[in-house]
Ligand binder design. Sequence first.
Ligand SMILES: [Zn+2]
Length: 262
Amino acid sequence: MGRVRLLIAMPQVSLRFYQELNDFLPSPMRGRSFEKTFTPGQSVKHLIENLGVPHTEVEIILVNGQSVDLNRQLQQDDRISVYPMFESLDVTPLLRLRPGPLRTPRFIADAHLGKLARHLRLLGFDTLFFNQAGDRDLAALSAGERRILLTRDRALLMHRVITHGCFIHAIEPQLQLRELIQRLDLERQCKPFTRCMTCNGRLQAVGKNRIEAKLPNRVRQTYNEFWRCSDCGRIYWKGGHYRQLRDFISTVAGTGLTQSEG
Ligand SMILES: [Zn+2]
């Protein structure tokens, strides 16, 4: 209607994502450089997450060849390279986005990863899991207790408070476990059969005489070694199920089993 429209060119940057970070992108953006407009004042974190990549999956960001943190404000014509964890690249002189891995990894799994949580407990990893927990509670527990948040929900990993999170790509629980063991290099940290699969409590050896009265007859007659959960009191023994679990562990965790478990 006769009004003069002022066209202002939006500033833009070019981006390239490496390795498995491409899985989060729409296919035309995978494995190559592409241009993206931004609003002045926008941070690298904001732009990356707008494209669907949670910041927890990113280990190193180079802007014009310099490593930067997530809060770096975008500038016209920036060339941005985004690397995942374990991209083969000599990273020592670069700014990593977070201090090294948490020393003894502890986890919190979201409500969709109950089976993965039980598997992790079976391998001895301290893993919280609640059937019902809101995103905010999960984020707060992850940050407050320094637990690695496990989820298939990208939006959850985009919470600013979360520093250590892990997007699980696999759908099937056994493959999820394998994926996590490989990504975090957990094989040598497995301590199978030391934690209650039901409640995450620690298992302690307990004398048969102290629990005999609670055992079914068949179990009392057949077994002599028992462990009790220090939290929920559940009693464990090396029953028929034990052999299956042991096979499962050696399949997923390889060297995680020691001779003494046999
Ligand atoms: Zn228990």
